[in-house]
Design a protein around this ligand. Structure first.
Ligand code: SF4
Length: 436
């Protein structure tokens, strides 16, 4: 048996992809494979890809080609994940430098392949997921796939229909993570509010969350990917009233014009979306709301764009992302006419970003006078006297960074009480408070 087989891991795409990869890394670590950060020194590299939109596919291909130049001639190049699921035949034909591929839900086939070529036995010990971000938080995927038919989206064709995990299975995983010291559990899926519909015959997000938050009362829980139609008043009240749920709603609305929402095949119309925003502000006034928009969907006119603009002006989401529409092969909208000129799309996005910058900055400035908690991730790469982390109202890797310019992190990752001393959109600089 060859010992000390070194593997380099490259994770691309979203948190859901990251979680899949963490199970694979855990499995390989249990088998004795060693993680190697320098690909030039590794025996194999695994690139877990995203294939949701055109730029993600390009990023994956660039990574594969670059990696092939870095690794030794003998090292194995393995590619897994969404892009493989979407373009399996093309990859096999166009990228002969790859030694092995496997798609979504089958990542452990990469472990089988590595064990076989390096003559390593499968470990009999229990596989432990290897959390790859800062150890104080971890994502927990409560379901896979999606039953919706948004016309711009290829995710259901890549990841399939909704497949929820049982409540017991989720609770077991949360228990393990909490036992390992995780302080914040970030609940993810494709459409979190639909949790349970497939296996329990009805949505079970609230029972799941009530159980988890009462069993793990010293752990924080944050829910992401809440489609507006599922953000009912009982969900909002639960977030408002439960002390260990982060007051943060990620509600992707994608557009504000009913004409475009219908063409997008979205389940929520403008009235539903307005009600959700108003209800959150009424029932959970301290909450941060993040949303996303796709701009330049086929047929989007100046009037449709103005509906988004006016929505942002009046509803004032705390954080918002604006993404250009990409015509994705295999999506329902692929054959739609009336494409919007790319220059117009860029101009519209720039206007929305300018407007949103004011909303976010003004909300963040409130925290110059209001205390909040934050966590520390690491020392800044360029300035060793500055710490980096995130505020409780910032989701990981999404809502800007937090820099500690005044304070000593003598409790590891935290949490620490602090206030904002400077807003540099989208980031904040903070001072720790003395009563930490
Ligand atoms: S809700 Fe719509 S956009 Fe989100 S994964 Fe499902 S089909 Fe895609």
């Amino acid at each position: 048996m060859k010992k000390n087989i070194k593997i380099s891991y490259v994770s691309l795409g979203c948190a859901k992809n990251q979680v899949d990869f963490e199970y694979l890394i855990g499995e390989l670590s249990a088998d004795g494979f060693i993680s190697e950060t320098n690909p030039a020194k590794c025996d194999a590299v695994i690139i877990n890809t995203c294939g949701f939109i055109e730029p993600a596919v390009k990023e994956a291909v660039d990574n594969i080609l670059q990696m092939d130049n870095i690794i030794s001639k003998k090292a194995k190049l393995i590619v897994t994940g969404c892009m493989v699921e979407r373009y399996k035949q093309e990859i096999l034909k166009e990228l002969p430098e790859i030694d092995f591929i496997t798609g979504v839900g089958k990542l452990s086939e990469a472990a089988d392949y590595l064990r076989e070529i390096f003559h390593i036995e499968k470990s009999s010990s229990e596989i432990k997921r290897a959390v790859t971000n800062s150890p104080y938080y971890a994502y927990v995927k409560i379901s896979e796939g999606c039953n919706n038919l948004c016309t711009f989206c290829v995710i259901p064709s890549i990841r399939g229909k909704l497949k929820s995990r049982t409540m017991e299975d989720i609770e077991k995983e949360v228990g393990k993570l909490v036992g390992d010291g995780v302080q914040e559990i970030v609940i993810i899926s494709q459409d979190t509010t639909q949790y349970g519909l497939d296996i329990y015959g009805e949505e079970k997000l609230l029972p799941l969350m009530k159980n988890l938050t009462s069993k793990f009362e010293n752990t924080l829980f944050r829910m992401l990917y809440l489609n507006p139609e599922g953000v009912r008043e009982d969900v909002i009240s639960f977030v408002a009233e439960t002390k260990n749920v982060v007051k943060y709603f990620e509600v992707p609305v994608q557009h504000a014009s009913d004409k475009i929402l219908t063409k997008m095949g979205r389940a929520s119309d403008r009235n539903t979306i307005d009600n959700v925003f108003n209800n959150i502000r009424r029932l959970c006034p301290d909450a941060f709301i993040r949303t996303t928009f796709i701009i330049g969907f086929p047929g989007e006119t100046d009037d449709d764009f103005m509906e988004v603009y006016n929505f942002i002006s009046t509803m004032k989401p705390d954080f918002a992302g604006f993404f250009p529409y990409y015509k994705e092969e295999g999506s329902i909208a692929y054959n739609f006419n009336d494409d919007v000129d790319k220059k117009i799309v860029s101009k519209r996005i720039a206007e929305l970003q300018k407007l949103q910058k004011k909303n976010t900055s003004s909300r963040l400035k409130e925290y110059k006078k209001k205390e909040f908690i934050c966590f520390v991730d690491k020392v800044n790469d360029d300035f060793e006297f500055i710490l980096e982390g995130r505020a409780i109202f910032q989701a990981p890797d999404t809502d800007g960074k937090l820099y500690v310019t005044d304070g000593i992190a003598d409790k590891g990752s935290g949490p620490y009480k602090c206030i904002v001393n400077k807003v540099a959109y989208p980031d904040i600089y903070v001072t720790f408070l003395e009563n930490n």
